[in-house]
Every structure is written in structure tokens, then in C-alpha cells.
Design a protein around this ligand. Structure first.
Ligand SMILES: C[S@@+](CC[C@H](N)C(=O)[O-])C[C@H]1O[C@@H](n2cnc3c(N)ncnc32)[C@H](O)[C@@H]1O
Ligand code: SF4
Length: 481
């Protein structure tokens, strides 16, 4: 497949790097190309339904996401830093009503998932552990209505915040069949966490971890670095205690600063600089490696252990791992799709040859609009983007960069084209900066390159993003052939 994109000149690449290298990048976790702001609210519904149906006919395994919209109100709002779409918690009856609509939505997808196999389930949000004890069974039943042959051993994760993981909820989560939890701790320091307005203590964090161990639930802990007033010592203290508590998977995110969040508008003066954050990244990396953790992405760390229960390995995070392996070859049956139900959920289907069946779609981010669509028996899709073959290549490159390396032999096998030829100027620019090295057909991010993954992703996407940004963009003919 020939490249249809005019790649930027070396000068443009250097200017772009110099302009952005010292700025906090708004989104440190770029999973998709293009960014959802380019997905279209006006889209061809019949083309979308057809693409869904066509992808359903291919035998694929599905990573399934369910979105729960609700969060406890905080002061400042949205925990001060959060950029995810959420809705204020309105009590148990609002949750029951929401689950009722989720079941209606699942019904609309029965035909789509008739042949498919679910590979992993992730219930995220929002705050899924706001659900009451009786709701976890209901959630699993909704999934079983779509995948009646679901293997009970697949990874099934439920996300939540420490203060809501009570003993009776953990028991109900476990008994309904979830085998993994992901707990958003962010900060262990009881003073620093107060910037988020959360009523969270480190005691609650360790009590919850202790109970996860009792119930044999694998556990991931989300931590954030680059927090207001956070020092390297306080970051290390948090990581040390989480590691000592026997956690086998840590996501260590750099704080995203953007938009009108309280941190972005009121706390900027006390945020660490880019240079300080890079130092934090390096110190955390060294510490986690010494503790036996292996780096899977710029922010994912896993520590293998001797113990594992059935198929579930406490260190694994299959849902994310599968998503990063969008297609390891051009064989259809090695493809992995992302399916989603619920508020703000995303559906992604990527075909290596791009074209009409590759798309990304996002559900309504307004709860009333979500329920209204379902009351009218319409899939609650807010926006859709149909990918060109060049977009699909970039999606693949984005995922590879998350893992800090691009295997160019795999790229060749999937796309039948030469990565180094297509991206010669970009690669030359990154080599000169010493952000990458190339060895044995693999490009590795090194040094500051690891810290700058989103910036490197943006450089690879530079030309295509410019073309997409123009409302009157004419996609080159070769790209849609
Ligand atoms: C969508 S949240 C949901 C989990 C749960 N409600 C919580 O807050 O812990 C998932 C994770 O995204 C991360 N996150 C959210 N906003 C972020 C930001 N502005 N910068 C970095 N990480 C962020 C947090 O670590 C959080 O645990
Ligand atoms: S609880 Fe989690 S999802 Fe909700 S606003 Fe806070 S960080 Fe965001």
C-alpha cells in the first residue's frame, strides 16, 4: 500500500518539537487517531450500521467496555483534575434507571455480537463502585445477554474509588464474577489528596487492598504524578507503600492539565514544571524497576508473582493489552475490537486495509440524550469517524508508541509497506534528538522520548491531523481506494 500522505519537512518537524517540548501536553494518553474532537456528530447512520454488521461477520474477539456515568460531587468539581465525561450521582434509583437503559442498549446490539467472543470486560466511568450490592449481578447479566457463552474466567474489571470499596460491596463484586478491580488512588498523602476535594484517606486505600487480597481479586492502583505541591519524596513514598501492600499492577499517570479544570485554572502556579515532571518520571521508573515491576507502556507497570488463580494473573491488564494489539497480522481472526455500551462508551473497529468498515464511535455524553435515544430505540451514538487506510496505520503506530517501541517487521506484515521509508524525516528528527534508537527492525523510544510519547504521536499524526482539521478537507483519492 503506497503512502498517500505528504509528510512534513524536517524544518516543520523541528519547529513543532521546539514549540511543544516544554508545554504540558493536554492529553498524555492518546489512544486514538484522530482525537474524538474530529469525530462527526453528523454521520451516515446506515453506513455506520452496515460497518458494524460487516465487522460482526468477521470472527473477532471483543474487548468490552461498559461506562457508568455517576460520580460523587466534590469541591472543586470533578475532583479538580478530571477531564472525563461524568454526571453527578443522584441516588440508587437513578442507577437502577440507568441499568434499565443499558439493558435496552444491549438488546440493540444482539445481532451485532451474535458470533463474537468476549475477550475481556472493563466497567469504567465515572465511578462504578457507586453501584449498590445488588447491581453488580445485574451488570453481569446484561453482558451475558450479549455473550451467552462468555467464559467465566475471562478478565472482568470494575473500577472505583477507595472510600466506596466497603466490605459488602467487595463481596458482591467478587460473587457476581468480577475478578479484577482498578482503584483510583491518585495520591496517598492525606494532605495532597485534599486538592481534589475527595474525602479519601490512605487508611481506606489499604483497607480496600487488604480486602481485595482476602477475596482473591487482582488489583490495579492508579496513581498520578505531577500533582500540585507534590515532591519526588512524596511520590516515592506513595509508590513504596502501594508496592509493599502487594499490588501487582500500577498505572502511574502524569497529570493531564487542560480545559477549565480547577487544577488548570487555579493551581497552575504550584504544579511541578515539565523538567521536574521528567525527573519524577525517571525516578519513579528506577524505583519501580528495583521493586520488580516491568514497564508495559509509558505509564503501565506490572510485577509478576508466583501466585495466579486459574487463568487470571494478578499482574495482567488484558483489556488494555488487547486494545494495544489492534491486529498483529492481516489475519481477520487475530483482530481485536473494542465494543462499548453505556454513557460515553466507545466502539472501535479497525481493518488493516482501512476503508469503509473501519470506524470509531462514541456514545452520548449527555445522560438525558443517552436515555432519549434508547427510549426511541435508537443506538445512542453521539459521534462517528470513518477511518481511511492512513488513519488506520496511525492508530497502529499510536498503540505501538504507547508500548515504547515500533516493530517495523510487524508494520510491514500488516500494511505491506516500509515504515522507515514512509516516516524517514520524522525518524531522522527523532534520532537527532536522541529520543529513539533503531535496532534490528525495531524502533525504541529512549530517554526523553519515553516521557514525550504524546508529542511523538502528534508528530507522526502532524500532516494527517492538519488535513482532517480543515473542514473542507479533501481526502486524497489514493487513500480511499
Ligand atoms: C476515569 S478515572 C475513573 C476512576 C475513578 N472514578 C477514579 O477517579 O479513581 C480513571 C483514571 O484516570 C486517571 N485520570 C483522570 N483524570 C486524569 C488527569 N487529568 N490526569 C491524569 N490522569 C487522570 C486517574 O488516575 C483515574 O484513576
Ligand atoms: S471520581 Fe474519578 S471519574 Fe469521577 S470526577 Fe473524580 S476522577 Fe473523574
Amino acid at each position: 500500500m503506497r503512502s498517500a500522505v505528504n509528510h512534513p519537512s524536517r524544518q516543520t518537524i523541528d519547529d513543532f518539537i521546539n514549540k511543544n517540548v516544554d508545554r504540558p501536553i493536554a492529553n498524555k494518553v492518546l489512544h486514538a487517531h484522530p482525537s474524538p474532537m474530529h469525530w462527526k456528530t453528523q454521520f451516515d447512520r446506515s453506513r455506520f450500521d452496515q460497518a458494524l454488521q460487516n465487522s460482526a461477520q468477521r470472527s473477532a474477539s471483543i474487548n468490552f467496555y461498559i461506562g457508568i456515568p455517576f460520580c460523587l460531587p466534590t469541591d472543586p468539581p470533578h475532583c479538580g483534575f478530571c477531564l472525563f465525561p461524568t454526571t453527578a450521582y443522584q441516588g440508587k434509583s437513578a442507577i437502577s434507571q440507568y441499568l434499565h437503559y443499558l439493558a435496552i442498549e444491549a438488546d440493540l446490539y444482539k445481532e451485532t455480537y451474535g458470533q463474537a467472543k468476549i475477550a475481556s470486560l472493563y466497567v469504567g466511568g465515572g465511578t462504578p463502585n457507586l453501584l449498590a450490592t445488588q447491581h453488580y449481578d445485574e451488570l453481569i447479566k446484561i453482558i451475558q445477554s450479549l455473550f451467552p457463552d462468555m467464559d467465566r474466567n475471562i478478565e472482568k474489571t470494575l473500577e472505583g474509588i477507595p472510600q466506596l470499596f466497603s466490605a459488602d460491596k467487595i463481596k458482591a463484586i467478587h460473587e457476581s464474577g468480577f475478578n479484577r478491580v482498578s482503584m483510583g488512588v491518585q495520591q496517598l498523602d492525606d494532605r495532597l489528596i485534599q486538592y481534589s476535594g475527595r474525602k479519601q484517606t490512605s487508611r481506606q486505600v489499604f483497607d480496600a487492598i487488604e480486602m481485595f487480597h482476602q477475596y482473591g481479586l487482582s488489583c490495579n492502583v492508579d496513581m498520578i504524578y505531577g500533582w500540585p505541591e507534590q515532591s519526588i519524596d512524596s511520590m516515592l513514598d506513595g509508590l513504596r507503600k502501594i508496592s509493599a501492600a502487594g499490588v501487582h499492577h500500577i498505572t502511574h499517570y502524569e497529570l493531564n492539565i487542560a480545559g477549565r479544570s480547577h487544577f488548570a485554572t487555579k493551581q497552575r502556579a504550584i504544579l511541578p514544571s515539565q523538567e521536574e515532571k521528567y525527573e519524577m518520571y525517571k525516578v519513579a521508573k528506577q524505583f519501580l524497576q528495583e521493586e520488580g515491576f516491568v514497564q508495559k507502556t509509558a505509564y503501565d507497570w506490572e510485577r509478576r508473582s508466583a501466585s495466579s488463580r486459574g487463568n487470571a494473573k494478578p499482574w495482567e491488564y488484558l483489556y488494555e493489552q488487547n486494545l494495544r494489539q489492534l491486529f498483529s497480522s492481516s489475519e481477520a481472526d487475530s483482530q481485536c475490537y473494542m465494543g462499548g455500551l453505556g454513557y460515553a462508551a466507545v466502539n472501535i473497529r479497525l481493518q488493516p486495509d482501512g476503508g469503509k468498515d473501519s470506524f470509531s464511535a462514541m456514545n452520548q455524553r449527555n445522560l438525558a440524550a443517552y436515555m432519549k435515544d434508547l427510549a426511541d430505540h435508537r443506538k445512542p451514538i453521539e459521534r462517528v469517524y470513518f477511518h481511511t487506510p492512513e488513519d488506520v496505520k496511525l492508530c497502529w503506530i499510536f498503540q505501538a508508541l504507547q508500548e515504547l517501541s515500533v516493530n517495523m517487521a510487524d508494520y510491514r506484515a500488516v500494511f505491506e509497506s516500509e515504515f522507515l521509508t514512509e516516516y524517514a524525516l520524522t525518524v531522522a528528527g527523532l534520532l537527532e534528538k536522541e529520543w529513539i534508537v533503531v535496532r534490528d527492525d525495531v524502533l525504541y523510544l529512549v530517554g526523553r522520548g519515553e516521557f514525550n510519547v504524546p508529542l511523538i504521536q502528534a508528530i507522526f499524526a502532524f500532516q494527517l491531523s492538519q488535513e482532517i482539521s480543515k473542514p473542507e478537507a479533501v481526502i486524497p483519492i489514493a487513500a480511499i481506494e
